[in-house]
Design a protein. Structure first.
Length: 237
């Protein structure tokens, strides 16, 4: 089933045509990556899906419903959560308070919020150790875990990750991507933008290559890892 379906999407920044009539989809249960050089339009796509930017034309549907003109808060309530580039945690609040903020959209639901927090700390044991610590004093890798955790607390059907490895030491990159795989195995569908194309493709079911606002190539993660053009442009071959 197509969980997310983007059709003929066009996005402008003033007179600049940033996203040029792209089509792509994410099936339920998949990890799908968007790869490309800086400035290709990857983050613009994610922000448009999340309702933070408005498209000029085209459509975005989620679980069969058109969300093209929906507000960002409604899109979160429908089940799409984004972890933005640069993490953007509440740095002056504790880890615990950041997690509580992530549950804001669930406050009127039937869900037991305390049980959800227990489940989160089980998934992210390091956050359990740090829960009283001010978030801004965490390491970069720990802040990324917290940003992911805060998004997960909304109980998303689709988790959208924008450059989760940016600025992290290799050990943390490995840990973050192990978490991404684990979340997917537990049922969360993932849409991933990642500058490290090698690691992104290695965990992706499918991927799309973006160049100056257009999708120029698509395939399975494995096929694109072995594609000569992709190797030369993005994998350092």
């Amino acid at each position: 089933m197509k969980m997310l379906n983007v059709k003929q999407l066009n996005v402008y920044y003033g007179n600049i045509h940033a996203i040029k009539g792209i089509d792509f989809h994410v099936n339920e249960g998949e990890i799908v990556s968007l790869i490309g050089a800086n400035g290709a339009g990857k983050s613009t796509i994610l922000q448009t899906i999340s309702g933070l930017l408005e498209s000029k034309s085209g459509s975005i549907s989620f679980m069969g419903k058109d969300i093209t003109r929906d507000s960002a808060d409604n899109i979160v309530k429908m089940g799409i959560a984004q972890v933005p580039e640069g993490r953007r945690i509440f740095s002056n609040l504790s880890v615990r308070d950041n997690i509580h903020m992530g549950q804001y959209t669930l406050k009127d639901s039937y869900i037991n919020l305390r049980d959800e927090r227990r489940r989160f700390y089980h998934q992210f044991p390091r956050m359990q150790e740090r829960k009283s610590q001010i978030a801004g004093t965490l390491s970069g890798g720990e802040q990324q875990m917290l940003a992911m955790g805060r998004a997960i607390m909304t109980r998303p059907k689709l988790l959208v990750l924008d450059e989760p490895s940016m600025g992290l030491a290799p050990l943390y990159v490995k840990e973050i991507f192990n978490l991404i795989k684990k979340l997917n195995e537990e049922g969360t569908t993932i849409l991933l933008v990642e500058q490290n194309a090698n690691i992104a493709l290695s965990i992706s079911d499918r991927a799309y290559v973006l160049e100056t606002g257009k999708i120029t190539l698509e395939g399975t993660g494995k096929d694109l890892l072995n594609d000569e053009k992709v190797k030369k442009a993005y994998l350092g071959a």
